[in-house]
Design a protein around this ligand. Structure first.
Ligand SMILES: CC(C)(COP(=O)(O)OP(=O)(O)OC[C@H]1O[C@@H](n2cnc3c(N)ncnc32)[C@H](O)[C@@H]1OP(=O)(O)O)[C@@H](O)C(=O)NCCC(=O)NCCS
Length: 198
């Protein structure tokens, strides 16, 4: 499967960000609730911060280092959130990340978007493992990860510093064979999945 430009789920279209999205990104990601949950989002977050971030995406994508998508509601061009896969090709693994703007939360969007990123990672990129992590207080994010089939691996104590406070970090992952068993129970391997027709 070639790397698609857009990913589609029942309620969402995931597409590349464009520079025109910067004001919406700054408004949504500028919410302190988003910055609190995502380690590398600064606060306050300006339109220039958003432009700088979006400008990196083609380079990262072309090098196969990261695939970053705008989450939009079906039929809308407006940004509702973001989701990403940061790849370490040497180990065939990648880190899943996401945020959903506050007006769009509680509708299943993070779960749908993250599920779609797993499909990209395992079917599109042939990864072996996809992992994710959240700060200890962020149970809500943990429940998204469990809903998409990840397993809680453990906790790294005091692993991350956010705004001068150290946080325990919870790690989750899903392996390729686990993913294929989830989407096609009975299939033993990636190869069988393709042989039998997705
Ligand atoms: C954590 C975060 C990504 C969750 O986004 P979200 O889109 O609200 O997540 P979902 O809608 O998929 O799940 C949230 C709840 O909505 C519920 N829900 C409501 N309608 C739903 C529907 N139609 N389908 C599925 N779930 C639905 C889910 O069951 C879930 O309930 P729970 O929290 O009790 O488990 C979002 O709060 C966020 O961006 N937070 C700040 C940034 C952040 O923490 N990012 C993660 C860093 S690790």
């Amino acid at each position: 499967m070639a790397i698609p430009e857009t990913l589609n789920t029942p309620h969402l279209d995931l597409r590349h960000f464009t520079i025109e999205d910067a004001p919406e990104v700054a408004e949504l990601a500028g919410d302190v609730q988003i910055a609190a949950g995502v380690l590398n989002i600064p606060h306050p977050y300006t339109i220039d911060d958003a432009k700088e971030w979006i400008e990196q995406h083609p380079y990262l994508r072309e090098r196969g280092e990261a695939y970053i998508f705008a989450v939009t509601e079906r039929g809308s061009t407006r940004v509702a959130g973001a989701t990403s896969l940061r790849v370490d090709a040497e180990h065939a693994h990648a880190e899943l990340g996401y945020w959903i703007g506050r007006p769009f939360q509680g509708r299943g969007y993070a779960t749908e978007a993250a599920g779609s990123i797993l499909e990209l990672g395992f079917l599109g990129l042939g990864l072996h493992r996809i992992y994710a992590r959240h700060l200890a207080w962020n149970d809500r994010s943990g429940r998204v990860l469990i809903r998409i089939g990840m397993t809680h691996e453990g906790v790294m104590r005091g692993h991350a510093s956010k705004w001068g406070i150290f946080h325990d970090v919870h790690w989750y992952s899903i392996m390729d064979d686990e993913y294929f068993s989830l989407i096609m129970p009975g299939a033993e391997s990636h190869e069988q999945h393709f042989r039998d027709g997705m």
